[in-house]
Each structure stands twice: as C-alpha cells, then as structure tokens.
Ligand binder design. Structure first.
Ligand SMILES: Cc1ncc(COP(=O)(O)O)c(C=O)c1O
Length: 387
C-alpha cells in the first residue's frame, strides 16, 4: 500500500467479498472467519435484517447532525440500555472511553483514574492514557495526567482506589492484552471499593459486549453494577458506531454543550445497531451459550492437550489460546491463513479467536480442528528440532 500511513502491520491478504461466515480474498482464496473483523461482524456478512434496515435507511436520509431530535437514537438507546441508564452515541470504542473519562471527571469533581496493566481502551489521548500497554505510548508523551495503573485481578489494586479516585476503568476480560480473565470475587471487590470511596466503575465492553461471552454484556456474568459502560465494535456489525451508557443521575454533568460529535448517532449506523439489537434475543444468547459449550469441550479435551499450549482463557466465543515461548503466535496465524482459517493474535503470545456469533457448531468444529492440526504440526517440528 503506497498512499496510506503504515500504521498497521498488515497481512498480504485483501479481502474483497464475504458470505455468511466466510471471506474471499482478491486471489480467490476462501477463508472461514474466526476474527469477525476483530470482534465486529458477530452476525456475519450476509445478515438480511441488518442489510434491510441499512438499505431502508439509506433510501431515506443518512445523516442529519445532533441539532435535531432523533427518534431512531432513542429507539436504539431503549433497546441497548439497562433500566435507569442513558446512552451517548459516538463512532468508536476509543471515543466511547473518551466520553466515559470526561463524564467521570466532571460528575465526580475528581481527577484520579485507576486503570489496569494489559488493558486496552483505545488510541486517542484519554483512552490511550488509560491503556496499560507502555509500548503503544512511546513517542506520544505527555499523556493525560492522574491516571494510575494497577495489576489486573490482584488485590493490591484495592488499596489504590481511594477518596481521590474519580473512576476505575476495566474490561472484565482483557481482550488485546491477552484474553485475561479476572475472578468474580476480585471484580466485585473492586466495584465495592469504588462505590465505598465515591468512585465510578467504568466497564469497557467494547470487545466483550453484544453477546460475545454469551450474555448481552459480559459484566452480567459477574453480578456487577457499573456506573458507566462503553461499547462499539459489534454494535453496528461493521458500520462505525460507539456508545457510552451511564446512570441517569450522571445526566446533569453531560448537559447541552458539554460533549458531542458530528457523526455520533448517525442514521445509517443506528439502523444497523437497531437490527443487531433486535436479533440479540434471549434465544440467540442461549444458542451462543450452547455453541460455546461444544467449543470449550474441544478446547479443553483436545487443544489444551497440545504440548505448546500453556493455558486457555476467555468465555463464550471470546477465546485465548496461550502458547509457550517455543513458538511465535504470528507463525501460527500465518499457517492457519494458508489453511483457510483467519484468526487473531493478542499480547503474551496468545492466539485469539472471535468467530461470528452466528457460526454454527459444525463450522466452529472445522476451525478448531484446523487449529489443533497446525498446533500439532508446530509442536512436532519443535520436538524434532530439539532432538
Ligand atoms: C476493550 C477495547 N476498548 C476499546 C477499544 C478501542 O476501540 P476502537 O478501535 O473502536 O476505537 C478496543 C479495540 O480493540 C478494545 O478492544
């Protein structure tokens, strides 16, 4: 690519077509998709209800700005939020977290924010400042002040949350950071401590939300009660949309003129989100949980047995296969591409799987079988090289 900044280490694959849960590149090679465009296209590439909703809206009006009322925004917000919460629409996960940071500071009148090592919240200044990955901050200092880091799933974090704290921000399962789970009792202790000291709990559901872990929001698996929730990725199934959801009592801190964005809540993205949320029914989520059960049986009984696999983490259809230092996860990703399967990597040599939630059990099994075979080949090669 000649005319685009080289900000991404891209694979030499140009995807030009997609159907259901399959993708095709410019050379005609077909792939089974275990990425969903990094957790975005959970309803795959041929969802008729989303297409119809976007087509209908495209035939009317695409964008009107936030100067005017939007029944569509209210309709989507009503489907999205839990009782007692309000939504602010934006265009991405990083923007949703910017909104959360601004709202938390303004509403609390405090500045200190606790974030976690290995977290990822985005690339704009506020969200980058809350991201626990020093490598991606290099060259961009000074960042936003008063953001402190603690270790994830570690009780020492509790002492860092004090009366000065405006907010604690976390992913209940860290995605980019290596698909890292936290214990339910740790998450609940963080929430309790935050609320004791008058700090807001912000849960970043950009990657975990919209059914990825088998519930609408991943925090629902842990009996948590966040003050603010951020979303993006799967909410629009590929049309750009983000959302910050916050408790109704925070509304006075986000009055007219306090925050905004031209494209936020634009009608095309909202039309996609509307159809996504209509399909995120209890029956759909039950089906995701049932498929996940079959997937986790294969992960535990077969893939975890491979000598180069050190652990398997995640929940539902958000999966991390942790590899030992004898192999480089990027080599596995490339070998799987050649075998017609698209996968992702994450920090700490983790093979990350985010298949579309509409993928059937047979297709999920096909992908896992390919992964098992490639891991087995790599393990064999390593053994031969050693002996
Ligand atoms: C948990 C989490 N938060 C925020 C973001 C940033 O979202 P976006 O890339 O839409 O700005 C990401 C992106 O990967 C994410 O995984």
């Amino acid at each position: 690519m000649e005319y685009v900044f080289p900000t991404y280490a891209r694979y030499p694959i140009d995807i030009v077509d997609g159907e259901d849960v399959h993708l095709v590149d410019s050379q005609g090679q077909q792939y089974l998709d275990f990425t969903s465009g990094i957790g975005v296209c959970s309803f795959g590439y041929s969802n008729q209800l989303i297409k119809d909703s976007v087509d209908t809206q495209a035939g009317k009006v695409w964008h009107t700005s936030n100067l005017y009322d939007s029944q569509l925004q209210d309709q989507v917000a009503a489907k999205l939020v839990e009782p007692g919460m309000l939504a602010f629409f934006c265009n991405s996960g990083t923007e949703a977290n910017e909104a959360a940071l601004k709202l938390a500071r303004k509403a609390s009148g405090k500045t200190k924010v606790i974030a976690f090592n290995d977290s990822f919240h985005g690339r704009t200044y506020g969200s980058l400042s809350m991201t626990g990955n020093p490598g991606i901050k290099e060259g961009f200092f000074p960042l936003v002040p008063s953001i402190e880091f603690a270790d994830f799933d570690d009780d020492a974090a509790l002492t860092q949350v004090d009366n000065q704290t405006a907010a604690v921000i976390l992913e209940v399962i860290q995605g980019e950071g290596g698909v890292n789970n936290a214990h339910a009792d740790w998450l609940q202790a963080i929430e309790t401590k935050a609320h004791q000291v008058g700090a807001l709990l912000i849960i970043d559901e950009v990657q975990t939300g919209i059914g990825r872990t088998g519930t609408k929001f991943a925090y629902q698996n842990y009996d948590l009660h966040p003050d603010i929730v951020t979303l993006a990725k799967a909410l629009g199934n590929g049309l750009p949309i983000g959302a910050m959801i916050g408790k109704q009592e925070l509304a006075s801190a986000f009055g007219p003129g306090s925050h905004g964005t031209t494209f936020g809540g634009n009608k095309l993205s909202l039309a996609a989100a509307d159809a996504v949320l209509d399909q995120l029914t209890p029956e759909f989520l039950t089906a995701v949980q049932a498929k996940s059960k079959s997937v986790w049986a294969i992960l535990k009984n077969e893939i975890a047995q491979q000598s180069i696999v050190t652990a398997i983490s995640g929940q539902g259809l958000m999966i991390g296969i942790h590899l030992d230092e004898q192999v480089n996860v990027e080599d596995i990703v490339k070998a799987l591409q050649q075998d017609g399967l698209l996968t992702l990597s994450a920090k700490h040599n983790t093979l990350r799987l985010l298949p579309p939630l509409v993928m059937n059990t047979e297709e999920l099994t096909t992908g896992l079988t390919k992964i098992n075979q490639i891991l087995s080949q790599f393990a064999q090669t390593k053994m031969e090289a050693k002996s």
